[in-house]
Design a protein around this ligand. Sequence first.
Ligand code: SF4
Ligand code: SF4
Length: 279
Amino acid sequence: MVDLATRETKHRSGENRDSYLDNIKETCTSIFEGMAVTFSYLFRPPITTQYPDRMPVSVQDTLPDRYRGHLYVHMDTCISCLLCEKACPIECIKIEDVRIEKIMITAADGKPTPKVKEPTLFNINMYKCMYCGLCVDPCPTGAIRMTKEFEGSTENIQNLHFRFITPERRAMAIRLGEEQERKAAEKKKAHAAEAPAAKVVPTQTVADAKAAPPVEASAAAAPAATPPVPRAAAPSGENGGSASDATPVPAPNPPAAPTTPGGNVTNAPPGRPDEPGAA
Ligand code: SF4
Ligand code: SF4
């Protein structure tokens, strides 16, 4: 703080007067410099952009290729894999779909891709979106992409809730889904009808096995099924009945049949020693 004594001294010496004039000079110079810059623009071509109605080229054309604007989904190439929905960190995307008969579509890169689902709802909340692009990267067909559209000013925020499925497309998708469901049900029914037919044999076998006698009983019945021993020498019944009427007798162990020198089988009873002179 300049004390009064010092100021008085300067005033007397005329120093204060010079300083005052310097200030006036400085002010005039700066005003002149400022006005010179301002007036210079009167003679330059205008650079103001009259957006959006008086543009020589659209603003989108002036944006870089990788600009992240509003999202767009090409529904014909979307296979409803839900990868974009899962990738979004703030759940902007909502997809619903139905299963349809498999068709082949051409992805954005020209690759043929199978499509087995058709979206019935595909909404993106652009007013919530933070334009991170994480949903675009995993898309296998390139259906979802960021455009250069940036204009989001609107009177109703719901205008920024993008719905990519029109009511007509939704109706068509539902119809395709119902058709596919019907076909799948018919296929399942046909499959179920074929399955028992294939299982008939094992089922009957089990039933037969249950109806069959126990192993012991079968074993007991087995000798009856053995072919009868030839009984050429068996005596006929006393009442003149045939051999078949006779009470079955245990079949003797057939001895080695002695033969005559002529080769004929002897009629000697079994077990009877053959006498050399009997022939
Ligand atoms: S750009 Fe980011 S925030 Fe926006 S929908 Fe895609 S993943 Fe979500
Ligand atoms: S990632 Fe691509 S193909 Fe899969 S649902 Fe999203 S837009 Fe469709």
